[in-house]
Structures are given as C-alpha cells and as structure tokens.
Design a protein around this ligand. Structure first.
Ligand SMILES: NC(=O)c1ccc[n+]([C@@H]2O[C@H](COP(=O)([O-])OP(=O)(O)OC[C@H]3O[C@@H](n4cnc5c(N)ncnc54)[C@H](OP(=O)(O)O)[C@@H]3O)[C@@H](O)[C@H]2O)c1
Length: 328
C-alpha cells in the first residue's frame, strides 16, 4: 500500500510531493477498506501544495480531495452488501493513495457499469457548475449565461447542465486552440477573450440580455465578462486562474448595477442541509451515468509517477484532466 504525501509546501508543487509506504490499522467496527480506483488532480490540489489555497490541511498530508474506489474489506457490523461496491471517496480525505479506511455510514454508493474515471470527478467540479447555475439568479429555459475558462472541467459540466436546463450559454476561452474542444463538448457559441469581447458577444447572441456571468479567471477577464452582462446582472467569481484579483470597472457597478459575488464549494458543504446535498449528488450522479455530463481526460498516471502527474496538472493549455489510477 502506498500514498502520495507532502511534508512541506513550496512554489514548485511536484517538488514537495512524494510516494511513501502506507500502513493502515486493522478495520474497526463500522469501517470499510477501500481500494482507490481513480482520483483527479484539480487546480485546488495544486494550490494546496503551493500553500495558496483557502483551506490548508496540517502537515504531513496526503494529496487529493476526491476520487472513486471499491470496497474490498468490511469491519464488524458492516452490511455485507457493501462488499465490492463502487463508492465515492469522502471529500477532502487525501485520495492520492492505493487504499483508505472509511466509515461505512455516510459513504455514497455509485452505480455499477459507469466509467470510474468520470465518476472520480463527481464530487467537486460538477456540483460547482450546478450550484452556480442554480443559487445566484433564477433562470428560465431560454435565458442566457456567459462563462470564461469554458474549456475547463467546470466549464464542460456547466455546458452540459445548462443544455439539460434549456439555458443558452456563451463560452469564452483564452486561446483559439481551445475553441474546437468546447464546441465538441456542446458549446454553441465559443469566443476567444480579448479585444471588444462585449461587442462580439452581442453580435453572436443578437444582443441578448445575459443575466449571469461565471468567472474562473480573475484579473482583466472579470471585467471583460462584466461588460457582456445585462443591466442588473450577477457575476459570480469562483476561481483565480490568472493569479490576479478580479478587476471590474466602476462603469459596470455604477452605470449598469452589476453585482459581483463569490462561490466556494467548501462553504456550501458546510452550510447545505443533508437533504440538499443528497439532491445535488443524485442529480449529478444521474447526469454522469447517462453520459450527459463528461469531462475530458488528458492523461492518466500511476501513483508512482506522482511528480510527473502533478507537473502535468499544474501546466496550462491541457486538453483535459490529469487523473491518478493508483491500482495501475
Ligand atoms: N470555488 C469553488 O468552489 C471551485 C470549485 C471547483 C473548481 N474551482 C476553480 O475552478 C477553476 C477551474 O477548475 P477546473 O478543475 O475546471 O480546471 P481545469 O479543468 O484544470 O482547467 C483549467 C482552466 O484554467 C485555464 N487557465 C489556466 N491557466 C490560466 C491563466 N493563467 N489564465 C487564464 N486561464 C487559465 C485553462 O485554460 P487553458 O486550457 O487555456 O490553459 C482551463 O480553462 C479553478 O480555478 C478551480 O480552482 C473552484
């Protein structure tokens, strides 16, 4: 058994993480042993290694916040039906490892026959996309939203959920070479950020009133989205891929009454009632199982190649997620 662990944080994320032996205690009553099948490396994982994330676990820590596994051992008192089941790994549990112990109570069982790689990305990015489309502005079928970083995993889930809800979506990317991938993911309107974006968006949408903007980038990209929005619209920032603070011009705030809000899934997990969490995960699980939601995967790595995997995940201009397959 192995785990990918870091004992310090530093500016080069792959330098601080390394694979070490994992020794687990015997299972206690009510616990299960899980074999980890797949776990993604998300931007938040990279920021946790560099020390720039909003929530930093005490050191040493095992990397990774989400993933999927299979139950391979049962402690006393656990229902035998758990044996062999695919399960979602508890969020934030340090998932870059070959095995983990978890309490059976509270585990979320996953449908059989669904691609474990897609299921491994279920817990963070799809609910982020779904909640940003649900919790800020009341949208009706036919309404417009606009997002940047549209070729990201969140971006591709947002395209799928928007389509399923009958919403129309303008998708912004930062490079021409990402346009085709977003079209392939179902994006009807895809534009490259930059000069006269608002004018180009107005042309592409027949001057539609866009009620919701979704920003993963920060910096000048925030203001570029703000300029595309209708009077009184809401702009939700949920990431800072540019590494810069959100810029927004007084003209947007003052003359067009744009509201800038933030979204953080960790905050939502803390506040959401169990019933709402179950509803969100059930809706997302169904959309992934039916193939409506899918995020592209650029490459998979065994745990032993954790440094290469983290370096690949930290690089820009990818064609999809980097996943760890700890049993490979
Ligand atoms: N607030 C929350 O609760 C929450 C939850 C989930 C995710 N997030 C955030 O959402 C964002 C997307 O996550 P993800 O997992 O979907 O990402 P991802 O699939 O890894 O894709 C990264 C995206 O960021 C873009 N990007 C990278 N470097 C950039 C830069 N310097 N300037 C502008 N864009 C840049 C990439 O464009 P290229 O392909 O052109 O490099 C790509 O579109 C991240 O910031 C993540 O932390 C936030």
């Amino acid at each position: 058994m192995k785990k990918a662990e870091y004992a310090e944080r530093g500016p080069v994320p792959q330098d601080v993480i390394t694979v070490v032996d994992l020794v687990l205690p015997p299972l206690a009553a009510g616990q299960v042993l899980i074999e980890v099948l797949a776990a993604p490396i998300n931007p938040s994982d990279v920021l946790t290694l560099t020390g720039q994330y909003g929530l930093l676990p005490p050191l040493p820590a095992v990397g990774g916040n989400e993933g999927v596994g299979r139950v391979v051992g049962l402690g006393s008192g656990v229902e035998p039906s758990w044996s062999g089941r695919a399960v979602l790994l508890p969020v934030g549990s340090g998932t870059w490892r070959t095995h983990m112990i978890a309490e059976a109570k509270g585990l979320i069982a996953l449908p059989d026959g669904v691609d474990p790689q897609q299921l491994s990305m279920l817990a963070i990015n799809p609910p982020t996309a779904l909640l940003m489309l649900s919790d800020f502005v009341t949208l009706q079928p036919g309404d417009w939203v606009i997002q940047n970083a549209a070729n990201s995993a969140v971006g591709s889930y947002l395209i799928g959920i928007a389509k399923a809800r009958g919403l129309r979506c303008v998708n912004i990317v930062r490079r021409e070479s990402a346009v085709d991938a977003v079209k392939k993911a179902g994006g009807d309107i895809v534009l490259v950020d930059g000069d006269k974006l608002a004018k180009r968006v107005a042309q592409a949408t027949d001057a539609a009133a866009i009620k919701l903007g979704i920003d993963a980038v920060g910096g000048a990209a925030t203001d570029n989205l703000a300029r595309c929005l209708a009077e009184g619209a809401t702009l939700v920032n949920y990431g800072a891929m540019s590494g810069e603070p959100c810029q927004i011009s007084p003209a947007s705030f003052v003359f067009r009454d744009i509201t800038l809000r933030g979204f953080w899934l960790s905050q939502w997990f803390r506040r959401a009632l169990p019933q709402r969490r179950s509803e969100v995960f059930a809706e997302i699980g169904g959309l992934i199982a039916s193939g409506t939601l899918r995020a592209p995967v650029q490459a998979t790595y065994p745990l032993a190649r954790i440094k290469e995997a983290v370096a690949a995940a930290a690089a820009g201009e990818r064609e999809g997620k980097i996943l760890l397959l700890p049993q490979a």
